[in-house]
Design a protein around this ligand. Structure first.
Ligand code: SF4
Length: 286
């Protein structure tokens, strides 16, 4: 099963046992990036991306031009000091980088807009904490309607790019949370289907030897079809008009319709932008 990305700890013994796989090692310090690349090469693995969970803000991370070829998903608590950040913008723009910011802080929603306008790609992380829907709406409108040069803000740019009126889109893979693309390994090589299951210690295999046949595992098969449960239980997602761009990603109260209104607005915005035919303006000719 080599066509799946393995999110794994920074563990040399484990990485050496994953020859032929595409890896997404998780680290907490940028200082490990270059040695991880060497380790992945030596182990005959492919470094799909490096996830960094930094406790420091973006402005205090010193970027290195040598990381340019390494895809990086950088989770930070905030962007920190804007003038220090400006000193690094040029080098950040040249990196294969997406900065992840939690939606639960208002200032992060403003920060995403600043980074986008500076050419740095970001992703808004929706966790279980409450969000400021009005600010989020403003940000989504900026991401979708803005026709001046700016970097993508996920998941809005991703949805706009892949929108198809007759197909559903699952944006969870942007957050490494779709078992069809990403599996989560612990130090012992046990496999969890999502980050949440990993955190709860729910594994579906004993070690890496079971990776090759994981697609036959009944729990795996159930997980990739999990979205169907909304229709079996006929919950609010099952009759949500925004289903095709959200697919039940918000685990909120059955009575709370903020998510539905929000995703409906996103869908309208995308459809409006896609229906725009921009006619070439011809100025007077001699
Ligand atoms: S927008 Fe809300 S109600 Fe609609 S599919 Fe997503 S989580 Fe369910």
């Amino acid at each position: 099963m080599n066509n799946v990305f393995l999110v794994c700890p920074d563990n040399e013994q484990l990485i050496n046992s994953l020859s032929g796989y595409s890896l997404v090692p998780v680290i907490t310090r940028v200082g490990r990036i270059a040695s991880l690349q060497r380790l992945a090469n030596k182990a005959n693995t492919h470094l799909h991306c490096v996830i960094i969970h930094s406790i420091r803000p973006l402005s205090s991370i010193i970027f290195n031009d040598e990381w340019r070829s390494i895809p990086i998903a950088l989770f930070v608590p905030g962007i920190g000091n804007i003038s220090s950040l400006m000193n690094q913008v040029e080098i950040m723009k040249n990196q294969n980088l997406r900065v992840y910011l939690s939606a639960n802080k208002d200032e992060n929603l403003t920060a995403a807009r600043i980074l986008s306008s500076l050419g740095v790609e970001t992703a808004i992380v929706f966790d279980q904490s409450p969000v400021n829907w009005n600010l989020l709406r403003d940000l989504a409108a900026y991401a979708i309607y803005n026709i001046t040069a700016h970097a993508d803000i996920a998941p809005f740019g991703y949805l706009k790019e892949r929108y198809n009126p007759v197909k559903q889109i699952n944006f969870e893979s942007l957050y490494f949370n779709d078992p069809e693309f990403y599996l989560h390994l612990d130090d012992a090589g046990r496999v969890a289907l999502t980050r949440e299951e990993y955190d709860r210690g729910e594994f579906i295999s004993r070690d890496v030897s079971e990776l090759a046949t994981i697609r036959d595992n009944i729990k795996y098969l159930r997980a990739i079809e999990k979205w169907r449960e909304h229709f079996l239980s006929f919950d609010k997602c099952a009759c949500c008009p925004a289903w095709k761009i959200c697919m039940g990603s918000f685990q909120v109260d059955e009575e709370d319709y903020n998510c539905r209104d929000f995703f409906l607005e996103i869908m309208d915005a995308i459809e409006t932008m896609l229906s725009r035919t921009v006619e070439k303006k011809i100025v007077w000719q001699p």
